[in-house]
Design a protein around this ligand. Sequence first.
Ligand code: FAD
Ligand code: SF4
Ligand code: SF4
Ligand code: SF4
Length: 413
Amino acid sequence: MINNISTMKSIPPKNCSGCAACANVCSRSAISMQLNADGFYTPIFDSEKCVHCGLCEKVCPSNNIVNNPAEVMHSPKSLGAFAKDDAIRLESSSGGMFTVLAKNILDDGGFVVGVAQQNPSQFGFIVIDNVTDLSKLRGSKYIQANVGDVYSKVRSLLNADKKVLFSGTPCQVAALYAVLGRKKYENLITVDVVCHGVPTHLLYDKYCKEIEHRKGTVVQTLFRDKVFGWKLFSMTNVIEYSNGNCFQKKISSHHKENPYMRIFLSDLCLNNSCFECKYAKLPRIADISLADFWSIRSFFKDMDDDKGASLVLLNTDVGELLFNSIDANQIICRHVDFEKVKKYSPRIYSPVQRIDDEKRQKIFNELKNKDITLEQIVRKHLNKLPLIKRIYYKIKTIRYTLFPLFGSHVSNY
Ligand SMILES: Cc1cc2nc3c(=O)[nH]c(=O)nc-3n(C[C@H](O)[C@H](O)[C@H](O)COP(=O)(O)OP(=O)(O)OC[C@H]3O[C@@H](n4cnc5c(N)ncnc54)[C@H](O)[C@@H]3O)c2cc1C
Ligand code: SF4
Ligand code: SF4
Ligand code: SF4
């Protein structure tokens, strides 16, 4: 018998992050992760397969606080950094430091695990063993990823003495440690992205449907394109048209005008668990944490070229060891005082402020309503941008269209 309500009595469904630790530990395959009515992954239990061993409840990182098995610093060594290679930075959301770290592991014969767009409507974890596939993991996908059985795959690799770099949101890193249990693996390195939350799949589905209604099919989404710079980042969709002959075109709009980004960044449709996130805290869960270094100008003016910068936190000795093994010629990097920099990035140590439940429910109802468009939702619930800002953004887009930041042609649609 299938229950779509959590049978784990101590975990209210609203606290579930969809991390899939429970599904990965159940040896009876009694748990599968499926999208619920609000568009978030949630465990579905088959009570006929369940033998009530209680393991799922025991590992759940929303139910128990999970820790990194290494000693984690409350005030980690912090760096402002970016990859010297413009091609890497262009494709990355921040300064491309994830690629630099991951490449180091791959060059050493290891495996890298992270989130890719597997097909037009599926975002999930993949395991790679070569630098060519690294581009699939590059860039933030602002949607909840399908975890699948990735923690079990990681455990198998670790047990086979392979070196593994696992990357994901803090709740997913916690889930991996929970699944691995007490055993400390010397061959595992974890990287978390500083995370303010994941939006519902309802938002992405509605967004794609609206494009498809007017144009062709969305085959790829870049959530953090830099055609108009890092700070005025854009959402770019690759659209496939098939009226007679098949061709593809890229359509970009910067995040201040894009309805997907406006709704996501307003926090109105995040997963409920994100407002109570147990892993948006210090000490961090992973060996290394990566964030956008939005305040870089206040620290190192000469590093702010609007191509992207990462804030890198070295939380454990394992993380520091990996960072120190990077070829110094590949990056620009400077130390920064953690106590000074953290106040500019509150998601390092605290979750987002909870949205009023009634308002949140209204948004979800509207996302499910075919007769209301995303633009209408934006107009109804979010403030109109002041004219002066709209003029400023227009000038910026024209500037980068005429004089591309990365030397390639920028097209404004
Ligand atoms: C959902 C989400 C929310 C974020 N919120 C913030 C924030 O509030 N403040 C902030 O400073 N930074 C935030 N970030 C992190 C930031 O956007 C960059 O990902 C980070 O700085 C790393 O950038 P990079 O240039 O080094 O590497 P990139 O190449 O840009 O990042 C790639 C990494 O992101 C991981 N990743 C991509 N999409 C997902 C996903 N859906 N789920 C899990 N992992 C994913 C990949 O596995 C890989 O590890 C968020 C990232 C995500 C995915
Ligand atoms: S109690 Fe045990 S068998 Fe039942 S779902 Fe949880 S892990 Fe699986
Ligand atoms: S938080 Fe993770 S482990 Fe807990 S019930 Fe949800 S999916 Fe399962
Ligand atoms: S805010 Fe916390 S619970 Fe939500 S996706 Fe990020 S790490 Fe997971």
